[in-house]
Design a protein around this ligand. Structure first.
Ligand code: HEC
Length: 157
């Protein structure tokens, strides 16, 4: 009887643990509320640590980050067609820290320069290359940005 009660308590506790995951998604910083400073974006967009493996998938997925369309990356030499519109991202984590990388990926117009052709991936102002389907939406979710940033942070020479 006592065990049954304990199990019931554990079930309730794990239901709450599940619920708190839901809350962390709801706590994403809204695209318009991201705080940019001269040092970049210091605070995680989600409060959940980025996953570099997920980030690598988002990076190379032609329908998500599609970063290879414009950037070469020797760490992904198995992938075909690396673009050269932007600089190669080899060793990018030696050039920029995490807060700066988060700023660049979130909104390159604020993180890099106003007239860059790089899209803002967590911005409603994705720029001249705005595809109609992105109107009012961000290209990546806040967590996908955190994952990509965690992946970029692994690119050291
Ligand atoms: C349409 C082309 C384009 C796409 C797509 C693109 N970028 Fe860029 N990116 C650029 C350009 C161009 C620059 C260089 C800054 C400039 O001149 O505007 C740049 C610069 C950067 C930099 C700074 C590099 C350095 O060494 O200074 C990082 C980091 C970066 N991009 C990451 C990404 C990631 C991650 C993705 C995918 C989520 C991505 N970019 C997608 C065009 C692009």
């Amino acid at each position: 009887m006592r065990w049954a009660k304990l199990l019931a308590t554990m079930a309730v506790a794990s239901a709450f643990a599940g619920a708190s995951c839901g809350i962390s998604v709801a706590a994403d910083v809204a695209p318009g509320d991201v705080q940019f400073t001269d040092d970049g974006v210091a605070v995680s967009l989600t409060g959940v640590a980025g996953n570099p493996e997920e980030g690598a998938s988002v990076f190379k997925d032609r329908k998500l980050g599609n970063c290879l369309a414009c950037h070469a990356n020797s760490a992904m030499s198995k992938e075909l067609f690396h673009g050269d519109v932007g600089p190669a991202l080899d060793g990018v984590a030696d050039r920029w820290d995490v807060a700066q990388l988060r700023a660049i990926v979130t909104d390159s117009k604020k993180g890099l320069s106003e007239d860059t052709v790089m899209p803002g991936f967590y911005s409603l102002n994705v720029g001249a290359h705005l595809d109609e389907k992105f109107a009012g939406k961000t290209i990546l979710s806040a967590q996908q940005v955190e994952d990509v940033v965690a992946y970029l942070a692994t690119l050291k020479e």
